[in-house]
Design a protein. Structure first.
Length: 159
């Protein structure tokens, strides 16, 4: 019997499964958003949008979701799947950097929906803060969480 080997983030990013897929809204999503459709994006789509964000600019998971919904003609893009794939894209970039890659997906420029830094990205909050501040982005602490000051003014146009 073969030993189980955990997939790397890069393997997870390359595994497209049967995504993207547009489905009717059901259950809690239908109650929350009403009738319509939801797109379950492919991992590479989320990574591609994160790669578009240039130095000193930012995006949020909600901005990525809005772009994906428009791209696929859906009412919404799934917040859960989109967030998971953003984390996978960040992990894949972290793996590549650990092996010496210089150009990786700039995951540190993708924030949570309210401008909050993401503790699940490689290196945690401290590393994301360092990278953002090195690009001239102001970060402030609010209680135990970190947020970009006036992040809306730095939002990138994802096309």
């Amino acid at each position: 019997m073969a030993a189980y080997r955990k997939k790397t983030y890069r393997e997870k990013l390359a595994d497209q499964k049967d995504f993207p897929r547009v489905e009717p809204l059901t259950g809690g999503f239908k109650r929350r958003f009403g009738p319509g459709t939801i797109v379950l994006p492919a991992p590479r789509e989320v990574d591609e949008l994160m790669r578009r964000v240039r130095r000193g600019r930012l995006t949020t998971i909600n901005e990525i979701r809005a772009h994906l919904a428009r791209r696929h003609g859906a009412t919404i893009a799934c917040p859960i799947v989109t967030g998971i794939y953003a984390r996978i894209a960040a992990g894949a970039a972290g793996e590549a950097e650990a092996e010496g890659a210089k150009r990786v997906t700039p995951y540190w420029r993708t924030l949570k929906s309210n401008g909050e830094l993401n503790e699940k990205y490689p290196g945690g909050l401290a590393a994301q803060r360092r990278r953002l501040e090195a690009e001239g982005v102001r970060v402030e602490a609010r209680r135990r969480r970190l947020f970009v000051v006036e992040y809306q003014q730095r939002l990138a146009d994802l096309g």
